[in-house]
Design a protein around this ligand. Sequence first.
Ligand code: SAM
Length: 226
Amino acid sequence: MERICEPELMDDPEQARVYSEADFAASDAALVERIVALAAPGGLGSKLVDLGCGPGNLSFRLAERYPATELVGLDGSSAMLALAEQRRQTEAERWPHLSFRCLTLPLTSGDLGEMAGRCTAIVSNSLLHHLHDPAVLWQTLRLLAAPGALVHIHDLRRPQHPAALDALVQRHASGCDPLLRRDYAASLRAAFRVEEVQAQLAQAGLGSLRVEAREDRYLEVRGRLA
Ligand SMILES: C[S@@+](CC[C@H](N)C(=O)[O-])C[C@H]1O[C@@H](n2cnc3c(N)ncnc32)[C@H](O)[C@@H]1O
């Protein structure tokens, strides 16, 4: 099945609201545990960036787990970031080192500021498939990462056939809001396959990172940069 891109930013307020109200608790909690396991025993270091953070699902969980780490959530959607910021401000004392910035990849040198080459960990959930040019993500890692930075990129994996896509939507999104179901199908269609990501990493000179399929619908890119 050929890849069909979907819009990069999720900047429709209704789309952002529906996404933020969806229950991703189980998969988000499992993802955090995998990041924690990869980071052990030293943790995530001093500066963590969550690329394409959306309403902050992963950011808030990691901020709770690593309260001493400075954590910046980046997203190009002001609708998503308004939701993240609203939650942050509701309990500001709970997240003393968490902030959100509205920035769209590819980042410019002006965007990078003090983050350039200083990030000890870079994580991302469900951003890669949104990027029309996936090389943008791999270039961003290079710009942000401190030497030896930990990387954990989690995303959907494109099924082989339309029937397999329909089965995934049925299995995982049948009870969801129709807008979320529509976006889920479009995201699966826009996602990459493991071998495609392997080729992207080789092209970007990021051979130290490993890609693997997970469960029936995910892929993961993990490791440390040289
Ligand atoms: C499916 S959501 C994932 C949100 C969050 N990471 C999570 O774990 O639930 C994808 C997010 O990536 C953002 N995004 C897509 N393309 C982007 C780009 N070029 N620059 C910045 N953010 C982008 C979208 O606006 C959206 O909020």
